[in-house]
Design a protein around this ligand. Structure first.
Ligand code: 26V
Length: 832
């Protein structure tokens, strides 16, 4: 089934008439008379009207495809090979939708012409759409790439999430410091979502559990919220299939407390509505307060309960037997945030549908699977038992029962090992001496209730079973495995990099969009000088686009012929943006010491957000900014070196930055970055990687040849050995003249803008623990940077490496990732 172009001109013209009227154009100008329109509406408003009109024109064909997809999926046989997948995630980092929809519907050329007739260019119109930034980082963007691949592979599927009003905060930079502001992304409405008022489910909180005469347990919640569905449709690019992102919005059960309202207590009459609204305000409410933690747990329970009620209702509506629920449906936990799902599914099956424990548990185990996305111990979620008792008393009973049965099994298999029981219990009893608070371990719950658990790159999956989940891997040796991440080539190559896309089409055909493995056809062309020159020209154009953005946002002029050296990702100590800044300072000092040497000019670009309470990460942002201020205005440096920190990193900014990068910085301490997906996007777009032997960097290097990556630094076992023997960062710095000069410059206040103590804590941390071993990897990093310079001086050799990198990236498509999930996790086959 391939797509034929659709004639949308009537729908578009009609929608445009409406939108322009709303934007303030006189009614008569809503014809195709573009010049009139422009004269009467300000250009930004005109572009927004065009964007909204185009989105509305897409709605009908998308809606039709949605209905056809649902009908086909409902009719799928009882052949359990095709289970419907339910991907539960607190994050979906979707970015913009219009460019993708137009490409998928093959409407981009039609709309380009229509926009031209209105005097507007397609990219300028696309820019008017706000990003749906309903995620924090890699885990959320991966979920968005997966939805694209679900559609492309024709997988019966639903993504389930929350409809955040504000999502991830918008990042402002004031005097170099990050400030967080709410991102009111739906302020002007969201032209893509479809409210589904008929899809409403009650979700309870608090209250108590009653025991009936027959011994059946029944939860009587103290509070009930209504979950209402909003659908967002994700189209395939090479068929009429779609996938659905269903997002839940909480509403109060009673619109207002009428009695209170009549008494004149207008505030009290609506207080419960504010509490309901809060569920949808933000992603990751600050959990440093008790009310923040309560809200977060409520969000998780709300997402899980609404999604599972929806799943069961659909299953039964399709005329299927409850007993087949696990055979026909896969429920996937995107990290532990939706880990309440097995407890809630058990509760629904036991209490609402009257199944016995064994039948309910068999269904749950068949359905549920779990992906772990980080080894950072602080990111492993646990919840106080006390909070469970308060908010989810029946779920706590279910968790206790799951735990009891699990521990009995462990006891039988490992008799006498009480320490093991304590370690693997779903309940952390409060430390060795029971002094702390008892807590529910969400990862343990996820593992025990799943038939499969996976990590997201080979090294990560290995470390997962050797470290944080070693005990569980001993108990369930067949449960753990690996599925390496991937990214969608539609968004990250076709849409983000039209220049490179058409060059690829010309050289190897257009098949890579559907089968990224086709990129390997480039390999024999690596030495093709003409191809190298074309690649350079494409890259230069992309660099011009980024340079214009840097000029616009920072007022900084950069040299497009300099080497664009880029690090964009969440700001976190383990990702070592600070190591990058240390290199920039070292280079700055070397340039100042020897300005006449033949330097390879560099533009270093850094972007990323720090969690609002993460002081150390925020200090790194400020340092990057302050170092930029000093270097960028130093006349001795000129365009030999520039440092640009671009504010408000997100999907759309990444789409501008990545195609323009020459060098991709993937420099986490070995063993800390689960996979990375930015690393894949860069390589796909013809950047070379400077990276540690970590996460998916390793598999990338293996795919395109280790010599084609600038790898450096300690490997995982060396990191461990160094830590075991006791690492002394202070001594390491003292014994290294280059590093000492860099650290002294920061400590002295060279970049502190007169605020002497500004980086004291940062320097103390570096010289104290240096947990992430920046000072240990510094020298090797600088040597790798020298290799980068040397290769960049030889444009032909550089281009050859670029071709070899792209040629090896075929396996990093999310289509391959999803095919593997289907094969090993979601299909009936995987149930054994
Ligand atoms: C942790 C925290 C802690 C502070 C509050 C906000 C917050 C939000 C999420 C998390 C867990 C982060 C997990 C995550 O995003 N992992 C990333 O997953 C990517 C996709 O698998 C992977 O490529 C990255 O290496 C990994 O860091």
């Amino acid at each position: 089934m391939t797509t034929a172009p659709i004639d949308l001109s009537a729908a578009f013209t009609e929608a445009l008439r409406r939108e322009l009227a709303l934007a303030g154009a006189p009614a008569t100008s809503a014809s195709a008379a573009g010049a009139d329109v422009q004269a009467s509406v300000d250009p930004a408003a005109a572009r927004r009207a065009l964007m909204r009109a185009a989105a509305q024109a897409c709605r009908e064909p998308l809606g039709l495809r949605w209905a056809e997809t649902q009908a086909a999926d409902a009719a799928r046989g009882a052949d359990a090979e095709v289970r419907r997948v339910h991907y539960l995630s607190m994050e979906f980092l979707m970015g913009r939708a219009l460019g993708n929809a137009l490409a998928a519907l093959k409407l981009d050329d039609t709309l380009r012409v229509a926009f031209d007739a209105q005097g507007q260019a397609l990219p300028d119109v696309l820019e008017r759409e706000n990003d749906a930034a309903l995620g924090n980082g890699g885990l959320g963007r991966l979920a968005a790439c997966f939805l694209d691949s679900f559609a492309e592979l024709g997988l019966p599927s639903f993504g389930y999430g929350l409809r955040y009003q504000y999502g991830m905060f918008a990042q402002g930079i004031q005097d170099g410091r990050q400030v967080e502001v709410p991102d009111d992304w739906m302020a002007l409405g969201n032209p893509w979502e479809t409210a589904r008022p008929e899809l409403r489910y009650a979700v309870g909180f608090g209250g108590h559990v009653e025991v009936g005469a027959d011994g059946a347990r029944r939860w009587v919640p103290a509070e009930r919220l209504i979950a209402q569905a909003y659908d967002f449709i994700v189209p395939a690019h090479h068929s009429q299939r779609v996938s659905t992102l269903r997002q839940w919005h909480a509403r109060a059960e009673a619109p207002i407390d009428f009695a209170a309202f009549c008494r004149g207590d207008h505030h009290g009459a609506a207080a419960h509505r504010v509490a309901a609204d809060a569920i949808n305000w933000v992603l990751y409410p600050d959990d440093s307060t008790e009310s923040g933690r309560v809200l977060r747990l409520k969000q998780e329970a709300f997402l899980v309960s609404a999604s599972l009620q929806d799943l069961i209702a659909r299953h039964l509506r399709e005329g299927r037997a409850l007993a087949d629920l696990g055979r026909d449906n896969a429920i996937h936990l995107n990290d532990t945030h939706p880990a309440l799902a097995p407890a809630e599914l058990m509760r629904l099956l036991l209490d609402e549908h009257g199944l016995g424990w064994d039948a309910a548990w068999a269904i749950t185990r068949q359905a549920v699977s779990y992906t772990n996305h980080t080894l950072m111990p602080e990111a492993l979620e646990t919840w106080p038992v006390r909070l469970f008792e308060q908010l989810l008393p029946r779920h706590l009973e279910v968790v206790y029962e799951i735990n009891h049965r699990f521990l009995e099994e462990v006891k039988a298999r490992f008799p006498g090992d009480d320490a093991l029981l304590r370690r693997v219990s779903l309940i952390d009893e409060g430390g060795e001496h029971g002094l702390g608070e008892r807590r529910v371990r969400m990862a343990a719950l996820s593992i025990v209730a799943s038939h499969r658990v996976n990590g997201v790159a080979a090294l990560h999956s290995e470390l997962m079973v050797q470290t944080i989940f070693a005990d569980y891997a001993r108990i369930f040796p067949d449960r753990f495995h690996n599925v390496t991440n991937g990214v969608t080539p539609r968004r990250w190559l076709q849409q983000a990099n039209p220049g490179l896309s058409s060059l690829l089409d010309e050289r190897i055909g257009a098949g890579w969009r559907q089968d990224l493995g086709e990129l390997s056809r480039l390999r024999p062309l690596a030495g093709d000088v003409a191809l190298g020159e074309r690649l350079r020209a494409v890259k230069r154009e992309n660099k011009q686009r980024l340079a214009a953005r840097i000029q616009r946002d920072l007022g900084l002029t950069v040299n497009v012929d300099s080497l664009f050296d880029v690090q964009i990702k969440r700001i976190h100590e383990y990702k070592r943006q600070l190591l990058n800044v240390l290199h920039v300072i070292a280079r700055y000092q070397a340039i100042v010491a020897n300005p006449r040497a033949d330097w390879v000019p560099r533009t270093v670009v850094i972007a990323g957000k720090a969690a609002s309470a993460y002081v150390a990460a925020k200090s790194v942002i400020q340092l990057a900014h302050d170092v930029g201020c000093v270097i960028n205005s130093d006349p001795r440096v000129g365009d030999k070196l520039k440092l640009a920190f671009l504010p408000n990193y997100g999907v759309s900014l990444a789409e501008v930055i990545i195609p323009a990068a020459d060098l991709s910085e993937q420099i986490s301490t070995a063993g800390t970055e689960a996979s990375g997906t930015g690393n894949m996007k860069f390589a796909l777009n013809g950047a070379l990687t400077i990276g540690t032997w970590d996460g998916a960097n390793i598999e990338m290097a293996q795919a395109f040849g280790e010599d084609n990556m600038f790898s450096f630094g300690l490997k995982t076992d060396e990191v461990e050995a160094l830590k075991r023997q006791g690492y002394d960062a202070r001594a390491a710095v003292a014994g290294n003249a280059r590093l000492r000069a860099v650290v002294e410059a920061i400590a002295r206040g060279d970049f502190s803008q007169g605020d002497a103590g500004r980086y004291r804590a940062l320097v103390d941390k570096l010289l104290g623990d240096d947990v992430y071993l920046l000072t240990a990897d510094f020298d090797d990093y600088l040597r790798a940077q020298e290799r980068v310079d040397a290769l960049f001086r030889d444009p032909r050799a550089w281009a050859e490496r670029v071709v070899l990198n792209i040629a090896g990236m075929g396996m990093f498509s999310s289509d391959r990732t999803i095919a593997e999930y289907v094969d090993r996790v979601w299909s009936a086959k995987s149930l054994g």
